[in-house]
Design a protein around this ligand. Structure first.
Ligand code: NDP
Ligand code: PYC
Length: 338
């Protein structure tokens, strides 16, 4: 018997929106959260698809998150937009602030959006792809909770701190990458734990600082950064740019604010948009050709571009108008409905 269940793409949306609204999210929050959850599920990004509804509803039960927060958007400077999520999930604030970020980037060549006071649970690629969809290059980063030991350290100080980038391409999907600066995203470790599978070596240490492949011991101990001191330095940069730079919390401060409760991290986010037209002096077509030569040289060697797996999954799932999720997850999700 199969241990997965098949849902149509419409059923994914319906399930997500109804669970969010049953658990205290207003319809506008439920819609903006569902946009991202459904996009992740459609692209087989399981760690940040429907699975993340468990984190959203759990956080709501703890009581600090606002399900009806109205974001406020401030035109702070010619190239700076500030969005205050007012204690809600980040995504509605992002949706509200994006048009002004795009306008400023196209006018000034570069613009930054700082989202403050948000609970954050989501993948970043849908955010940077909103910029590449309108011809801009985009970079986004966030801290999370202090689950990750710095290179050479033994206790959680850094977040899983994802970094995402998207570059627009003519007539094809953008060049996008989006990864945690830890070896594994926390969500991925949670999926290993739920499936009772051992982690690969080198992903985490237990609470005594010894290497472990046990997902629960990893969650009780510390995760490791990717690429040793290089990933560690990138992760510290993300702490700074999406924390003190924008007057918001680091991963350690976010964890302290949660006070031991299993809620989504609470902090800020920075998104930077670059306009190829202004930055290249209007020489976009020739420079796009040069970027395409770079991609072709990579692909011709048999290497793959990041997001290729995701785009292939999207194509497959759109054709069948369906996705597969574990039955155990589906049953846990049904328990969240009124
Ligand atoms: P993955 O390791 O699954 O993938 C990282 C990136 O590398 C993807 O763009 C992926 O493309 C690409 N990639 C993977 N394998 C190859 C390869 N062989 N050659 C070229 N490119 C490759 O991501 P993570 O597990 O680190 O992160 C998963 C998600 O978790 C991200 O979306 C991230 O935003 C989210 N996250 C969110 C956090 C938060 O606080 N909100 C915290 C941490 C993570 P492809 O998808 O096509 O495989
Ligand atoms: O998977 O590391 C993660 C994560 C943290 C917050 C949301 N996702």
């Amino acid at each position: 018997m199969s241990d997965t269940i098949t849902l149509s793409l419409a059923e994914v949306r319906e399930l997500s929106e109804s669970i969010l609204m049953d658990n205290g999210f207003s319809d506008d929050h439920a819609k903006s959260i569902t946009d991202v959850i459904a996009a992740c599920q459609q692209d087989d990004c399981h760690s940040h698809g429907l699975f993340r509804l468990l984190m959203c509803t759990q956080s709501m039960k703890i009581g600090r998150i606002s399900g009806s927060a109205k974001p406020t958007i401030v035109d702070a400077a010619p190239s700076v937009v500030k969005a205050d999520a007012s204690g809600g999930i980040s995504l509605l604030a992002l949706d509200a602030a994006l048009p002004l970020l795009i306008e400023k980037a196209k006018k000034n060549g570069i613009a930054a959006l700082a989202i403050n006071h948000c609970f954050h649970f989501s993948a970043l690629w849908p955010e940077v792809e909103k910029l590449s969809a309108v011809g801009l290059a985009g970079l986004a980063m966030v801290p999370s909770h202090a689950w990750v030991a710095p290179a050479g350290g033994k206790r959680g100080t850094l977040g899983t701190n994802p970094l995402a980038f998207s570059w627009p391409r003519q007539g094809t999907n953008p060049f996008t990458f989006d990864f945690a600066t830890s070896q594994f995203a926390r969500g991925e470790i949670e999926l290993y734990r739920r499936a009772g599978k051992p982690l690969p070596e080198g992903v985490a240490i237990d609470k005594d600082g010894n290497p472990t492949t046990d997902a629960q011991a990893a969650m009780d101990g510390s995760m490791l950064t990717f690429g040793d001191y290089k990933g560690s330095a990138l992760s510290i940069m993300i702490e700074l740019l999406a924390g003190p730079l924008i007057d918001d919390l680091t991963s350690k401060e976010s964890m302290e604010a949660a006070n031991g409760q299993p809620e989504a991290p609470y902090h800020g986010e920075i998104i930077i948009a670059f306009d190829p037209n202004l930055l290249s002096g209007g020489n976009v077509p020739a420079n796009n050709d040069r970027a395409e030569r770079l991609f072709a040289d990579i692909i011709e060697q048999g290497a793959r571009l990041p997001s290729q797996r995701r785009y292939q999954a999207r194509e497959r799932n759109l054709v069948r108008n369906a996705v597969d999720i574990p039955k155990t997850l589906y049953n846990d999700l049904l328990k969240l409905k009124n």
